[in-house]
Ligand binder design. Structure first.
Ligand SMILES: NC(=O)c1ccc[n+]([C@@H]2O[C@H](COP(=O)([O-])OP(=O)(O)OC[C@H]3O[C@@H](n4cnc5c(N)ncnc54)[C@H](OP(=O)(O)O)[C@@H]3O)[C@@H](O)[C@H]2O)c1
Length: 249
């Protein structure tokens, strides 16, 4: 039986990944801060390893790998955003975002990849975003963090070609989950967008992971959007994103 570790498994897209992987017969390791939510999911899944951990902390990955030294499937999903002008943002919160969305993705991948390469089998899926394709005025750090995830994943996928290990970047657009409440997107135009469920986004990601696809953008409109930004002048793209993310109050 193979082992799959999912970060951010207590809600949204991560919880759906856990359900898919368990239904496919994997042993699953559920990681997030909210232990009660992870335990409820483990019970629903008929068994899972629960590790309650704040992955933005410096010692988190060392503590995690001490408990789970090897995995066959790694889903780097935990992440959050924060809306507002960077000049007014809480500095610690911005750094926490970089620690979780960027540093933790790099550190966890570095921890588990050598074993996968040695065993000539492994699947890594990193949850990026359509935000990865352009800068995000009023969510500057978040968009930049997802640009890192996309670029990092694509580069590794190419390095690893032929090794039996694949890396997939999942790029969802706005998706129903707790993400919007956490990021404070309620007062922006994003709040009025019709959103696909976390289950449908995770299903598209899982299909891409099984196929070893390097980049998957979910949803037709999102796919068109990510193609469109390659042809529009960067100055126009920046202004459009700014309009969408500007708070109404
Ligand atoms: N929803 C969207 O519109 C959207 C669009 C594009 C990309 N994404 C990306 O999709 C991924 C999943 O987000 P989601 O939409 O499913 O949002 P979500 O429902 O808010 O889930 C985020 C998950 O990350 C965990 N998490 C947050 N901070 C953590 C920390 N310090 N340590 C450990 N775990 C932490 C949360 O668990 P705890 O609170 O229990 O720790 C939760 O399980 C994120 O990387 C997000 O950037 C989301």
């Amino acid at each position: 039986m193979t082992t799959a570790l999912i970060t951010g498994a207590s809600s949204g897209i991560g919880r759906e990944f856990a359900r898919l992987l368990r239904a496919d017969g994997h042993q699953v390791v559920l990681v997030a801060r909210r232990e009660a939510a992870l335990r409820a999911l483990a019970e629903e899944l008929g068994g899972a390893t629960v590790i309650a951990l704040d992955l933005s902390q410096r010692d988190a990955v060392a503590r995690l790998t001490a408990q789970v030294p090897n995995v066959d499937v790694l889903i780097n999903n935990a992440g959050f955003g924060d809306v507002g002008p960077f000049a007014e943002a809480d500095a610690d919160r911005q750094l926490e975002m970089i620690d979780l969305n960027v540093r933790c993705v790099s550190e966890l991948t570095k921890a588990y990849l050598p074993g996968m390469v040695q065993r000539r089998f492994g699947r890594v899926l990193n949850v990026a975003s359509t935000a990865a394709f352009q800068p995000g005025p009023f969510m500057a750090t978040y968009f930049a963090s997802k640009a890192f995830v996309l670029s990092f994943s694509e580069a590794l996928a190419e390095e690893l070609r032929g090794t039996g290990v694949t890396v997939t970047a999942l790029c969802p657009g706005v998706t129903e989950s707790e993400f919007h409440a956490v990021a404070g997107l309620g007062e922006t135009k994003v709040a009025h967008v019709k959103m696909p469920s976390s289950a449908s986004v995770a299903a598209q990601g899982y299909e891409a992971l099984l196929a070893g696809t390097t980049v998957v953008v979910t949803g037709t409109l999102n796919k068109l959007g990510t193609i469109g930004v390659r042809f529009l002048p960067r100055t126009v793209v920046r202004k459009l994103v700014k309009l969408v993310l500007k708070r109404s109050r």
